[in-house]
Design a protein around this ligand. Structure first.
Ligand code: SF4
Ligand code: SF4
Length: 409
């Protein structure tokens, strides 16, 4: 049983997981031809698996989910120019929705109820809003880690509450030393404050990174969201975060219902994109940024197959299951919501006509959003292998994409 302590429950004994959902049909068949693959090199195995996934997708057959992007809350105390999530609960009509956000028991029930169906899980990314605003975020991390000790698990944060984040990380690290962190860094000095709408934002995010480093967080990635205002700082931000021992990554600001920002005030025009592609040139060593540049320049025609709704899913703060973060967010009943975990098991949600119709609807949808592309690249490494053939010196990056010793966040 779980013992209560000051910060919630402390992991003591393994959770007694009820074997409710035994999902085995196609998996059993697959196991029969898995055996001869045992001695093949990892890359060959991964490529063979990717063809299996492609074929299944072609016939609209769902795999057990491998990746979950979990939007733990819509609460946010930043004021970013490119995202309006922080405004959600400032609108009076939306305030009652706070109480509809998933409670710790809802989340615990979901992961225990679907334990068998999630047996292929490889990664859970916890995000928001601002995930650290949930007082129970450390308990959520430890719950998932305890149930799935081998998966990659991390939190994406704006890093603007250094002491609070430090305390919550300290607690997590006691039980889960491989926990990963992604901290937003959209500029150095005043630029970060301008983009985030919070004074001393750069200093606060830097302090969060320092605390995390001191505490021993092994994997810290700093993501820069590119808008009209800040893209010229790409080289400075890269140098700054790398000087602190973090990995740098950047991506274009997205416009979608997830970010509640259908306005295009900060949209990048052709000239901006041209300049960004020049600034990204020295980052050819990085699979995502290298391909982002090629896409901007129109030199990358093909996209990765998208496994949203098949092997990767999003849970929104209210328990709705959606294929990806860029599809419209909404209440149950919206066409891009597959179902709600408070009412159905994940198996029931993914195997119904509505979800099937949605997967067919988005079949031809293609994007280059890092959250989604990075998982597609791991699931289906054919493209990554081709990229490595042209960038053979980037062995570390290649292995990372394949998921070798990497905890994606
Ligand atoms: S980008 Fe993140 S930190 Fe900024 S408002 Fe949106 S959810 Fe909050
Ligand atoms: S291509 Fe991108 S936007 Fe379209 S469904 Fe896939 S992840 Fe979502």
């Amino acid at each position: 049983m779980m013992k209560k302590c000051l910060m919630g429950w402390t992991p003591i004994k393994p959770i007694d997981v009820p074997k409710i959902y035994h999902y085995s049909n196609s998996m059993l068949t697959f196991k029969a031809y898995q055996a001869p693959l045992k001695h093949l090199p990892l890359i060959a195995k991964k490529v063979i698996y990717s063809y299996k996934y492609r074929i299944k997708k072609k016939f609209h057959l769902v795999e057990k989910p491998h990746y979950i992007n979990f939007i733990t809350t819509n609460k946010c105390n930043s004021r970013c120019v490119m995202c309006d999530i922080w405004k959600i609960y400032k609108i009076d009509d939306n305030k009652p929705k706070i109480k509809d956000e998933l409670t710790f028991s809802n989340i615990e029930h979901f992961f225990i109820q679907n334990y068998d169906f999630l047996s292929h899980l490889k990664n859970v990314g916890l995000t928001g809003g601002e995930a650290f605003l949930r007082p129970d975020i450390a308990d959520i991390v430890l719950l998932i880690h305890r149930l799935y000790p081998r998966i990659g698990l991390g939190i994406q944060t704006h890093g603007l509450m250094p002491e609070l984040i430090r305390d919550r990380i300290t607690y997590i690290l006691k039980y889960f030393p491989n926990f990963g962190l992604a901290v937003s860094m959209d500029g150095v000095g005043d630029m970060h404050a301008k983009i985030r709408g919070i004074s001393n934002a750069c200093e606060k995010a830097t302090r969060t990174i320092r605390y995390a480093k001191e505490l021993g967080v092994k994997s810290i990635t700093c993501g820069m969201t590119l808008t009209k205002e800040n893209y010229h700082q790409i080289p400075e931000v890269k140098e700054y975060v790398e000087s602190m021992g973090c990995e740098f990554s950047c991506f274009l600001a997205e416009t979608s219902d997830y970010f509640y920002n259908s306005t295009s005030q900060y949209a990048l025009n052709a000239q901006d994109l041209q300049k960004i592609s020049q600034l990204l040139e020295p980052m050819d060593y990085h699979y995502f940024m290298s391909n982002l540049r090629l896409r901007i320049m129109g030199k990358r025609r093909s996209s990765l197959p998208c496994y949203a709704g098949y092997m990767q899913i999003v849970i929104d703060p209210y328990g709705n299951i959606k294929p990806c973060i860029l599809r419209p967010q909404g209440t149950e009943g919206d066409e891009d919501v597959m179902g709600n975990i408070k009412q159905q098991s994940l198996y029931e949600i993914l195997y119904n006509h509505k979800s099937n119709a949605l997967r067919r609807k988005i079949e031809k949808c293609r994007c280059w959003c890092q959250c989604e592309v990075s998982t597609s690249a791991i699931i289906d490494p054919v493209d990554t292998v081709k990229w490595f053939a042209r960038h053979s010196s980037q062995k570390k990056e290649f292995l990372k994409i394949l998921g070798v010793k990497v905890h994606k966040i």
